[in-house]
Design a protein around this ligand. Structure first.
Ligand SMILES: CC(C)(COP(=O)(O)OP(=O)(O)OC[C@H]1O[C@@H](n2cnc3c(N)ncnc32)[C@H](O)[C@@H]1OP(=O)(O)O)[C@@H](O)C(=O)NCCC(=O)NCCS
Length: 152
């Protein structure tokens, strides 16, 4: 099995992330973005991953340098940040999503942020397991969306 390395998302990752998003199944677009289209243009990716409201961005690469996962944290209100995570279908269920979220939470903590939130469209057992294991607690917002909160 190839080694997966995590590092800070940089502008070098923008085109690779765009390709990853363009290759997503419709189902994954829905579960990640609650929409039928992903914000996959380079400008949208720069705004989300490297913009003024970005708290942290983490990229996961395999040993060939291919981008296989991304997690991001964005400022949403005083002291709070919202996280999102995505792993390529070919690399799921190997702990990479959990590692991405751990790295993101640690970077946000170092940056001075405490309470995290996330949203998931139910059912999404993989992200539910990842978030619950890290202390997030869910409440139903309606329309099949969970809001997850982590207080630290
Ligand atoms: C959510 C996502 C990032 C998880 O990535 P991953 O690399 O597979 O995550 P991990 O391997 O770290 O953990 C998956 C966990 O889900 C659990 N899981 C997966 N499918 C499950 C199922 N059907 N029932 C119960 N648990 C399940 C695994 O057992 C694992 O938990 P564990 O660590 O306690 O064993 C990935 O599925 C994904 O990219 N989905 C599409 C985008 C998305 O939905 N993002 C979330 C909204 S922000």
């Amino acid at each position: 099995m190839s080694t997966i390395a995590l590092r800070t998302f940089t502008s070098d990752d923008v085109d690779r992330y765009s390709r990853l998003l363009h290759a997503l199944s419709r189902r994954d677009v829905r579960t990640r973005y609650f929409s039928w289209s992903a914000p996959a243009s380079p400008a949208e990716i720069r705004a989300a991953m490297l913009g003024k409201d970005t708290v942290a961005g983490i990229a996961a690469h395999d040993s060939s340098g291919a981008l296989i996962g991304v997690a991001q944290a964005s400022r949403c209100s005083e002291g709070k940040f919202e996280i999102g995570v995505l792993v390529a279908e070919s690399h799921r269920l190997r702990g990479i999503g959990g590692r991405l979220v751990d790295a993101l939470l640690e970077k946000a903590r170092i940056a001075g942020y405490s309470d995290a939130i996330a949203y998931s469209m139910m059912p999404n057992p993989a992200v539910e397991a990842v978030l619950r294991k890290r202390g997030f607690r869910a409440s139903l917002t309606g329309q099949g969306i969970y809001r997850w909160c982590l207080r630290r």
